[in-house]
Write a protein that binds this ligand. Structure first.
Ligand code: ZN
Length: 117
């Protein structure tokens, strides 16, 4: 399962960041992720995988918040940004395929909410 390896990667990543700073002295309360609607990751599956993966780790009480972003493309021809419902990457205004993805395919760890003991 793709989402399970992703969940483990997130846990590992966060624990590395924390231990590098102040090991054992803080608790990670929340992890905020930004995931594009067309990043290929299922938000529900990732949430579920995270709940399973965190059990028995120092991040057992950490909540994962996932913010899903819409697919937005920028057309370099007519210089418009458009939100798309499907990953077709064609400008609906002028039909150009000369577009750049603004959001919708990313997976970014936005922030960690940390509490001191
Ligand atoms: Zn266009």
């Amino acid at each position: 399962m793709h989402e399970m390896s992703l969940a483990l990667e997130i846990l590992e990543n966060v624990q590395e960041q924390i231990s590098a700073e102040v090991s054992g002295k803080v608790r990670v309360r929340e992890i905020h992720l930004r995931i594009g609607r067309f990043s290929g990751v299922s938000v529900d599956a990732l949430q579920f995988a995270f709940e399973m993966a965190k059990t028995g780790t120092p991040l057992e009480s950490t909540h994962l918040h996932i913010h899903e972003t819409p697919l937005v493309i920028f057309c370099t021809k007519c210089e418009r940004e458009t939100e798309l419902d499907s990953p077709e990457f064609v400008c609906p205004e002028c039909g150009s395929t000369d577009t750049e993805v603004v959001s919708g395919q990313e997976m970014i760890m936005e922030s960690l909410i940390i509490e001191e003991h």
